[in-house]
Design a protein around this ligand. Structure first.
Ligand code: GRF
Length: 193
């Protein structure tokens, strides 16, 4: 793999809404010598997101936006461009991006979703999987397009459901796999595209 120096790493923004465990994991990945990304910015839709205090402790530039309307989107796009961001990773991000926003970063936004897409798009995936007595669930990294959880799949990990799993235990089990999947998917997306 060719030597990556800071200047040719993708300047990346991570979007969060909550705990930020995927953010923590992506920061660790970003700090590796040969990581293809450099996390420059954390954007949160929630001023109280625990991931924000993690970002602040690491002196990572962060900003909160409400994502309530298109006016906000234009402000966010301007802010991202001002920070020379050319790659976005949604990580526990719970808002839907507008078409206008996606067009501005077309093909350069990834998301991690806690199900084996295209099954179980949307929320409460773990409970829905259990209610349907599925034997397997998992997580998916996909490109973000205008339709919810419907962009091209980059990489998936299948996780076996144990008979005594509930939504909490299953979400914890899958979250661990999300943390190993996301960096692998980013490398696959960047080096194979
Ligand atoms: C994760 O399962 C993620 O896939 C989903 O939100 C959960 C929490 O993510 N979107 P994080 O701990 O905030 O990264």
């Amino acid at each position: 793999m060719k030597k990556l120096i800071g200047s040719n790493k993708l300047k990346t923004a991570v979007f969060i809404s909550g705990t930020g465990s995927n953010l923590k994991n992506l920061v660790k990945f970003s700090n590796l010598k040969n990581s293809p990304i450099k996390i420059e910015l954390v954007i949160s839709s929630n001023a109280k997101a625990k991931g924000l205090s993690f970002a602040k402790n690491l002196k990572l530039k962060s900003k909160v936006f409400s994502f309530k309307n298109r006016k906000d989107d234009i402000k966010i796009v301007r802010f991202l461009k001002k920070n020379n961001i050319n790659f976005i990773c949604l990580a526990g991000f719970m808002k839907i991006l507008s078409n206008n926003f996606i067009t501005n970063f077309n093909g350069r936004i990834l998301n991690i979703h806690p199900s084996l897409l295209p099954k179980y798009k949307g929320l409460n995936t773990h409970q829905r999987v259990l209610d349907n007595k599925e034997k397997f669930s998992g997580c998916t990294v996909h490109l973000v397009n205008a339709k919810l959880d419907s962009g091209k799949i980059i990489l998936q990990k299948r996780v076996k459901i144990s008979k005594n799993d509930n939504a909490i235990s299953l979400s914890k089990k899958i979250l661990k796999h999300e943390h190993s999947l996301y960096p692998k998917a980013i490398k696959k997306f960047i080096f194979n595209s």
